[in-house]
Design a protein around this ligand. Structure first.
Ligand code: 2RA
Length: 335
């Protein structure tokens, strides 16, 4: 496969290249694209050293697969151009996620939706991590209502967000100064910020509404009652989510554990006697989403369950999911 990674110098772009290598994706030619700033830079990859190129819309490259880790505006302007030039495009931005003719895919949940598509959207990280745990529970018990609270790592704001957290911590702890902020609305060290993306007229943030809109689309449940409170926390690269579900059919923690223990993409991490539960430190760098702290929810009685999930934001929340989509596709070689 001739593969192009767009936004190759960003946090997600770098992971895309690494995941392609780690999973042995059949790359015959790898081309890396980024902005003018990095043009000409040579970087090591699992496929040998590569030079960063700048995309020229006047002559789109011949690619079989294009993985986009760029802004929504860039994707809107150029994704369909790449498709027209022969590539199957997996887009990590929010540009096409809710478009009717563009499948939004988490392979463990709805891989079939990607069949025959040449432009596929990769979900928001929070949604992808949630969906791998929700889908098997829905299949077994039926979902009636879902309430989610998130604890989202700095990596959700890209490499700059991770850097701002590290710099701020150093400033506070080493220099005794005040952390500066430009990526986040407020300083993140020693803080929690219940504000990710812009506020919507209904009082929710766009990040929170993405969880609602995208989960409904991926799971094929357009009327699912689901709400989210999204919070940025001072962790590096794994998002955590506290989830409460009300189910159609009775559910017990034991039955939920049984279901999640064999669910693809999930690692049951639920042994509280030994202090084992999902955490950003243990989920970071892992493909599977950890699920644990499973217990009955007394508000919803025998149809209620609380649990906690944690997944690597750059992997299952972005790069891994995109590569899994590519793996699931019968990509036809471009002419
Ligand atoms: C965030 N969900 O965590 C976003 C990134 N896609 O900011």
């Amino acid at each position: 496969m001739r593969v192009g990674v767009f936004g190759a110098t960003g946090a997600v772009g770098k992971e895309l290249v690494q995941v392609l290598g780690d999973r042995g994706y059949p790359v015959t030619e790898l081309r890396l694209f980024a902005s003018n700033r990095s043009a000409g830079t040579r970087i090591p990859t699992p496929f040998g050293e590569k030079t960063i190129e700048v995309y020229d819309p006047a002559s789109p490259p011949k690619l079989d697969l294009a993985l986009l880790a760029v802004s929504g505006d860039w994707s809107k302007a150029h994704a369909r151009e790449l498709v027209a030039a022969g590539a199957v495009v997996v887009d990590n931005s929010s540009a096409f996620r809710l478009e009717k003719d563009v499948p939004l895919v988490v392979p463990e949940v709805n891989a079939a939706a990607a069949e025959g598509a040449r432009l596929i959207a990769n979900p928001n990280c929070t949604t992808a991590i949630l969906a791998v745990a929700l889908a098997p529970l829905h299949a077994e018990f039926g979902l009636r209502r879902v309430i989610v609270s998130t604890y989202q790592a700095s990596s959700g704001a890209g490499a700059e967000g991770m850097q701002e957290l590290e710099d701020g911590l150093r400033e506070m702890l080493v220099n005794g100064g005040q952390p500066r902020n430009s990526v986040f609305r407020h300083p993140l060290p020693m803080n929690l910020i219940p504000h990710i993306d812009s506020f919507q007229p209904n009082g929710y943030t766009r990040e929170e509404m993405k969880v609602t809109w995208e989960t409904r689309k991926i799971m094929g449940l357009p009327d699912l009652l689901i709400s989210c409170t999204a919070v940025r926390v001072p962790t590096l690269r794994a998002h955590a989510e506290a989830v409460t579900i009300e189910t159609e059919r009775p559910v017990t923690p034991e039955a939920a554990r049984r279901v999640l223990s064999t669910a693809p993409g999930v690692k049951l991490t639920d042994d509280v006697e030994n202090a084992i539960y999902p955490m950003p430190l243990t989920a970071s760098g892992r493909y599977d989403v950890e699920a644990g702290r499973i217990r009955s929810n007394p508000v919803f009685g025998d149809r209620g369950l609380d649990f906690f999930v944690c997944g690597d934001q750059l992997l299952k929340g972005a790069a891994l999911n995109a590569v899994q989509i590519a793996e699931a596709l019968p990509v036809k070689l471009a002419a």
